[in-house]
Write a new protein. Structure first.
Length: 344
């Protein structure tokens, strides 16, 4: 086990600084009866899988001292694996109560962006090793990433994830929500669109070449062909504002450029409003003056004392620094909007 790093505060600084990437962190807090080794866990995408394993996992009892516990998912051929989501469900299989949803591509390099499908894996312990169970939850989509599992107020299990939209402009990745089977093996019914990109800050790349992507009317045989690509991804569902309104978080923009967390609020008529227009109501955004770049791809971490945090990644010190996981307290404004801005 590597020695822990214990900064004076767990907020807005790397929890366990490493030279490797810690992108897309997901938080798991097993209940006390699970008998887990640590009170809090974090899973990250990490670098491309090596030695047959993916998804670094970290453990902490106090959110200050963190330990690197190795990689958590057994993998086969070298392919890109992104954004794990882990839940504890002993009612389904007491021998393997930890279930992971994640996405897998067809290869690495440029192929790391091709063919992502959300899959399922299971393990006996939160540290893993997780083994894929053979279930593909998005077999009819050419690109699906960033799963998040939560309960709706009516008790139904929900899955939010990101998928691509190319039938009309703006081209890009958006987020959707679907009913999820109780055993986490399949989606029930078609997904509901939560948000597609609509603001200038959602631009991923103004002129992107994507020859692997079939877009109506776009001819990739011309090597000069480019499209304006946008990204809204990494949904976080299951939140409620202090007045009871459903709230979703998302990450938008370009993870190696301007990247931040925005919010959707469901109004009384069921309509979803994107309250983060690029000028107002960011949940958390870059602060270059403080060396804080590219915050995003968050998950909810409800600590043992009941306090809510966002576990997210950010780049510290330079815009091209490796993504490192960090914590920010989740709070609410007087208008009922989520905020995790820099307060120190």
């Amino acid at each position: 086990m590597e020695a822990p790093v214990a900064p004076s505060s767990p907020q807005y600084r790397p929890l366990l600084p490493e030279a490797r990437d810690q992108g897309d962190p997901f938080a798991l807090v097993p209940p006390p009866e699970a008998g887990a080794r640590f009170r809090h866990y974090a899973y990250t995408t990490g670098d491309e899988p090596a030695a047959g394993m993916a998804f670094p996992v970290y453990g902490s009892d106090d959110l200050v001292a963190w330990y690197a516990l190795g990689e958590s998912l057994r993998v086969g051929a070298p392919t890109a694996h992104w954004a794990p989501c882990v839940v504890y469900r002993p009612d389904l299989d007491p021998a393997r109560p930890y279930l992971m949803l994640y996405s897998r591509a067809v290869g690495v390099g440029e192929q790391a962006h091709v063919g992502h499908a959300i899959r399922r894996a299971a393990a006996a312990q939160p540290e893993g090793p997780f083994a894929d169970t053979g279930h593909v939850l998005t077999p009819d989509l050419d690109f699906a990433i960033d799963p998040d599992v939560y309960r709706a107020p009516d008790g139904r299990l929900k899955l939010a994830f990101a998928m691509d939209f190319v039938a009309d402009e703006p081209y890009g990745t958006g987020i959707v929500e679907a009913d999820l089977a109780e055993d986490l093996t399949r989606i029930i019914g078609g997904p509901r669109v939560l948000a597609r990109p609509r603001h200038p800050w959602h631009v991923y790349e103004a002129a992107r070449a994507m020859p692997w992507k079939a877009i109506p009317g776009v001819d990739w045989s011309d090597p000069a062909t480019r499209v304006r690509w946008h990204t809204v991804e990494a949904p976080v569902g299951g939140l409620r504002s202090p007045d009871g309104a459903p709230v979703y978080l998302y990450s938008g923009g370009c993870f190696w450029g301007f990247y931040a967390v925005g919010a959707l609020v469901e109004r009384a008529d069921g309509a979803l409003e994107d309250v983060t227009d690029g000028e107002r109501n960011f949940v958390i955004r870059p602060d270059p003056d403080r060396g804080f770049y590219g915050p995003g791809h968050c998950s909810l971490l409800r600590a043992a004392d009941g306090k809510d945090f966002l576990l997210l990644h950010a780049r510290f010190g330079a815009p091209d620094a490796p993504r490192q996981m960090c914590l920010a307290p989740l709070e609410w404004t007087a208008e009922g909007l989520p905020v995790a801005g820099l307060t120190e």
